[in-house]
Design a protein around this ligand. Sequence first.
Ligand code: FMN
Length: 403
Amino acid sequence: MPRAPSFDKIVTKAAPHVPYFTPRQPAPAGSFRGAHEAPLLFTPLRIRNIHLANRIGVSPMCLYSAAHDGAATDYHLIHYGQYALRGPSLVIMESVAVTPAGRITPHCLGIYSDTQKAQLKRIVDFYHSQGKVIGPQLSHAGMRSSCLPLFYDECDCPVDDERGGWLEEVEGPSVSAEFPHSRALGAGRIARIVSAFKEAARASIVDCGFDFIEIHAAHGFLIHQFMSPLGNKRTDRYGGSFENRIRLLMEVLDAVREVRAETGRDFPIFVRISASDNDESNERSWRLADSVRLAPLLAAHGADLIDVSSGGMQAAHAPHISQRDMARRIKRTVERTCLVSAVGGITDGKLAEDLLQQNYCDLCLAARGFLKEPGMVERWADQLGADIQMNLQDGWCFGKVWD
Ligand SMILES: Cc1cc2nc3c(=O)[nH]c(=O)nc-3n(C[C@H](O)[C@H](O)[C@H](O)COP(=O)(O)O)c2cc1C
């Protein structure tokens, strides 16, 4: 007769960090637990003070579902919560604005009010209760702020004040025919935006408890608008030369890095870049060679991971080479000084494993694949024959014969 488990084993230990009971997980979902050697995809990765159970992350994805005050709701808790229960070792939360005017749409998240911080903390606490890692993608949309959510199928369609927008306050590096309502930022306003990034980083780490920060310097938003000659026509110290055009990014990175020293928290900093404007024959665009030049500077200024994406400054320009190839090129320039992630069309475990094995990247990110298949990592593990941890509540029933 089987012996009854001891009382100690019956009383399930509570997970820390949440004000309600949920069972403590023995290990984060997605951790390798096989006896043989793990595929590279399922080997842990330490980045400063975070410990990733595997090399798979959820790429940031805007939900355009925040309340009008830029605060997350239970929708966000449930949407992000699903990945906390599954296999990706980290989630980069969608673009989170550092100022009210920096939101892409009236329904984007922000991190400048107490309500916003309290709502975000609920999501972070849930992640920590499951042993998982999450960070926000801090952003400012620049000329592209006060627009319609993309699920209305209109890119860069301005939203006026009557419909909850703020066209009067939209600012970017230069005046632009494409964004006629946008004004050029003065030096004082630029300094305030740099401070807003720093405040947002501090709030993320100290008030909300996020594990890392990603700076959004891609996809045609403010920092990328300064970096690319397509968006930056300035003649002051923020325009013209390569050094001047990357100045805003470097100032933001330095400011966010100061938060490490000031708080004593050794959190990682990721930077998402558009490695190319995908207009390589145009000298007046941001090209892959510019990113190759930028990457060691990011590493020298304290970035821990370069998240390589592309495009966004102009519509209908497809990558000339795959984003994965761009990641590989950048990785070669920062080997041993900075990690690199690849993103774009990674929906297969064997492909993800190959990218790591062939040194294209250190971390594989996926976006749309997770929308269709929140349990994608479990499928990848099956593909690679890797036995991985599932959450306590879900994993116990597999391997039983019930049919
Ligand atoms: C619904 C949706 C929203 C997105 N929102 C963001 C965002 O907030 N910030 C960002 O940098 N990229 C955003 N992206 C781009 C993704 O992070 C990712 O780079 C892109 O979808 C390519 O990866 P995939 O082929 O795995 O989907 C978004 C993509 C999708 C599909």
